[in-house]
Design a protein around this ligand. Sequence first.
Ligand SMILES: Nc1ncnc2c1ncn2[C@@H]1O[C@H](COP(=O)(O)OP(=O)(O)O)[C@@H](O)[C@H]1O
Ligand SMILES: C[C@@](O)(CCOP(=O)(O)O)CC(=O)O
Length: 508
Amino acid sequence: MEKSFVVSAPGKVIIFGEHAAVYGKVCISLSFPAFRNYSIISSVFLSCYSLLIIHIRSLYILPLVFNRNLIIIFHFVLTFFPSPPFSFSALQKPAIAAAVSLRTYLLVSPNGDKDKDFIKLDLPDIDFSHSWKISDLPWSIIPSNNVDNTPVFRPKPTESLIPEVVSKLSEFIYDITNPIHYNSAYAFLYLYLFLLNKSTPACTFTIRSTLPIGAGLGSSASMAVCLAASLSILGTHVSPPTLQYDDFSITNSTDSSFIDSWSFMAEKCIHGNPSGIDNTVACHGGAIMFQRMKSSIPSVKTLIKNFPTLKLLLTNTAHPRKTSDLVSKVASLTNQFPLVSGSILDAIESLTKEAYNLIIRPFFDNDSKNRLRDLFRINHGLLVSLGVSHPSLEKVKLLADKLDLGETKLTGAGGGGCAITLLKDDIDTSKIDSLLNQYQNEGFEAFETTLGGKGVGLMYPSVNPSTNLNDPTVDLSHFTPNGFISIESKINIEKFIGIENNPEWRFW
Ligand SMILES: Nc1ncnc2c1ncn2[C@@H]1O[C@H](COP(=O)(O)OP(=O)(O)O)[C@@H](O)[C@H]1O
Ligand SMILES: C[C@@](O)(CCOP(=O)(O)O)CC(=O)O
């Protein structure tokens, strides 16, 4: 490997269903391998279950068994099978998240003979840089059996982080006292050990992002996907991608699934117990409807293909908030007023499903857009009533409403953080400029963005024959670690490296 390359992945916004996604109803999931051990108890159990389904209207179950006749057939079939092919778990209410056009970029530059024994991680966005001697890393701790040989021989992520590796790795980062630095270094080293080996040529990894960090827009997941993609390429576990920017054909998804699965491990290093939604959106792009399970069963993620291009204003109030505090706030409200809060959460669930039905229709016309905007307004109102808005978020909404630019809702946990405004089509750009000025005066950072963009991508900047080296705008000095670090603004990151401005980008 002697070529530099860049990988990139987007951030995400939750467009509908936040907070409701934390609550669920009992669900029965089918697990066919469990058909083996029949017992009479299972049959009795299932009878009770069927009665429950018929009599308790609010019970949420898989679509397969919504129909009463199917339940009866299903029950009948089960009596001939050895054991209950189902397990009780709680399927949470759905939420919809979509990729945004703000992205993280990771430059991989081979060190060559200089520093050939050291790998370096440069994270200028968080003011951190660190090197490690490759031969010092705890290679022997990596279990040799953690491989998958279908369809090709490659490392296989584990369900949870391996405690021995975690403990050994802590010796290599014990001197990093800032938790933000620590998390990023930890995620990097964990993946490096599993995806590469001692003889992989030393490289410098430099990360820049146009996403605000810690604002609920998935900056950690987009970084995690970049780490997983770059190390998968270096380890030759995946082939370089082939899809161009405007190519939406379906390709073999094994490589992107591999990257997704390892980015989830990096997210675990950073967050402990992430849902996996952020890295899924960052990896595959587009939009996703997801529903968590209460137990350890993985979330149900439905990729929404052909997500319509929606013009959006994303506004970061810069007011800090902690997701866990806001989730607890809603939890105490639901304890205090279970019926009232339950109705609000049910309403959020209904509007999320309504939005999903609008979005997946092959024709997404002006009427659909208007309806989606209405759902934005309703969803925000319901979140306000749950107590998770904030004066700064209300200010964002008020200023946009005054100019009649579209509908605004908070996104993510609320209590500060970000709001999204689904803009009307054909609005006067001077109105948007005026709004941006007002936001700036309030100390808000606003970005015009589109939803549902590309997922993880790769670019070899200097070698693609289509690069016109005489073009003065093609300045390859940006693709050196120092050049990459010295790009001075987010606008310039997009201009010099961005996926829309460089035809060399390809996507998995
Ligand atoms: N550009 C970046 N450079 C280095 N680390 C980053 C970058 N972006 C995100 N991170 C890591 O991800 C963490 C942010 O994750 P989190 O608090 O969940 O916020 P977000 O909602 O933006 O994902 C940071 O503390 C840092 O460890
Ligand atoms: C409030 C919640 O629904 C979304 C939180 O989103 P974020 O942390 O702001 O990206 C919590 C959750 O789903 O885990």
